[in-house]
Design a protein around this ligand. Structure first.
Ligand SMILES: NC(=O)C1=CN([C@@H]2O[C@H](COP(=O)(O)OP(=O)(O)OC[C@H]3O[C@@H](n4cnc5c(N)ncnc54)[C@H](OP(=O)(O)O)[C@@H]3O)[C@@H](O)[C@H]2O)C=CC1
Ligand SMILES: O=C1OC[C@@H](O)[C@H](O)[C@H]1O
Length: 395
């Protein structure tokens, strides 16, 4: 069988760009995917061409991969099928729009944009130009997530009326980040909500919204926020209400995120699951970290308890691969797991689809609208140049 080859251009060369591009290297057959392959054919750095060259060596791009010293040059490369945008949140609108205006398909890191109107504009352009556009919420594409959604839609835990989800990281932000770091800096659209809270919202949405029959009903939200000294949030708590649908009553989502608190204080899961999806017949539990969970537990009222481990496949023991998170979440021999979302991009382009299978653009937009409301309720403003629809804007 001849394979569909997806040729990637990587826009930016920071931490997650490296982790993602490394995950493109193992043969997809090591995870049972036989019909596609990935090639990193180009990378661009806004710092220098040399930085892009070093990056391509580090991630094992193809032999004649092209290095660029500007994002504009990457977008003009006719050999690139799709661009992975891996800049800070503040830059996604400008960078993703540059790619779309240049006729490129786009996989854009989370949070998709700084606000919903920016995302609406990107969607409009992608539709006009008939291009593929997807938010890189990698967790959605894990076999673990597919299993959890199947548990819900199969009715195993009965009608679901509540999900709680926490992603809290046990850091002292003053010690971990200097004031210019993207996690806390308003100029880079920092804060817990857009960076970490989006995963708690992902679990609320993929259990209470993705699983709804059409037409899907959006949620309302109430929230509270504890601010960091720079005005971005360091802790946010959200209560979402999804109205009753034809097949289910009202459902509640409790999404929390925090930098100082921890969803797994002893690092052993002793505190219990960080995500609980609760139905009339039982619940499905998912363990920390919400962005890369590897353990689930199904607990039913009839006494059934099924624990499952979900290690990420490949590239194999002894590969000596570094990961982007200081080694704590990616055991030796495992991939990071970002290849699942990359595989989805390849399958979508092979099949002529223009959006992701497990998170539609409409759903990304609903989540962005929730985050806009939460920021509005708590007066968390970002600089005008970050929130603007003006394009191009120099950041
Ligand atoms: N899916 C996941 O698990 C993860 C996703 N992310 C997401 O990826 C994105 C990037 O995060 P991460 O890789 O950790 O960030 P880094 O700071 O490590 O890298 C960001 C890169 O963006 C480029 N860049 C362009 N302009 C700026 C600017 N003004 N300030 C800083 N960097 C700039 C730089 O690359 P260059 O110089 O080459 O242009 C820089 O290296 C964020 O949206 C984040 O939410 C992050 C971590 C994990
Ligand atoms: O997406 C992410 O997942 C892992 C976190 O450590 C990181 O800050 C975030 O960007």
């Amino acid at each position: 069988m001849s394979k569909f080859t997806l040729k990637w251009g990587i826009l930016a060369t920071g931490g997650i760009a490296e982790t993602f591009a490394r995950d493109l290297w193992p043969n997809p057959e090591c995870r049972g995917v036989k019909d596609i392959e990935h090639k990193v054919v180009a990378a661009a750095s806004s710092s220098s061409k040399k930085r892009a060259e070093d990056f391509l060596k580090e991630v094992r791009g193809v032999e004649d991969a092209k290095a660029y010293g500007s994002y504009e040059e990457l977008v003009k490369d006719p050999n690139v099928d799709i661009i992975y945008v891996a800049t800070p949140h503040s830059h996604h609108y400008q960078n993703a729009r540059l790619c779309l205006e240049g006729g490129k398909n786009v996989l854009c890191e989370k949070a998709f944009t700084s606000n919903a109107p920016q995302l609406e504009k990107l969607i409009e352009i992608a539709k006009e130009k008939n291009l593929f556009l997807m938010e890189a919420v990698w967790t959605r594409y894990f076999p673990l997530s597919i299993y959890v959604r199947d548990v819900i839609t199969s009715g195993k835990i009965g009608t679901v009326s509540r999900t709680s989800a926490d992603l809290s990281m046990h850091m002292v932000p003053e010690k971990t980040f200097d004031d210019s770091h993207r996690m806390v800096n308003p100029d880079l659209a920092g804060g817990a909500l857009l960076d970490l809270g989006i995963y708690s919202l992902t679990w609320i949405f993929q259990t209470l919204y993705t699983t709804q029959k059409e037409p899907k009903a959006p949620s309302s939200v109430l929230s509270a926020m504890r601010k960091y000294k720079l005005g971005t949030d360091e802790q946010t708590s959200m209560l979402l209400t999804f109205p009753a649908t034809s097949d289910r009553g009202e459902a509640h989502g409790i999404a929390t995120t925090g930098m100082r608190t921890s969803a797994d204080p002893d690092g052993k899961g002793t505190a219990g699951p960080s995500i609980r999806v609760q139905g009339e017949e039982g619940e499905i539990q998912i363990y920390h970290p919400a962005f890369r969970p590897t353990k689930t537990k199904l607990v039913l009222k009839d006494g059934t308890v099924e624990e499952k481990d979900w290690p990420q496949p490949g590239p194999g023991k002894g590969s000596g691969w570094k990961n982007g998170f200081g080694g704590s979440f990616q055991p030796e021999g495992e991939g990071q797991g970002m290849f699942w979302e990359a595989d989805e991009c390849a399958h979508a382009l092979k099949e002529g689809r223009k959006e992701g299978k497990y998170e539609s653009l409409q759903e990304s937009l609903e989540i962005m609208r929730v985050m806009d409301k939460v920021r509005e309720q708590n007066e968390m403003k970002l600089p005008e140049k970050i929130e603007t629809l003006e394009y191009p804007t120099k950041l």
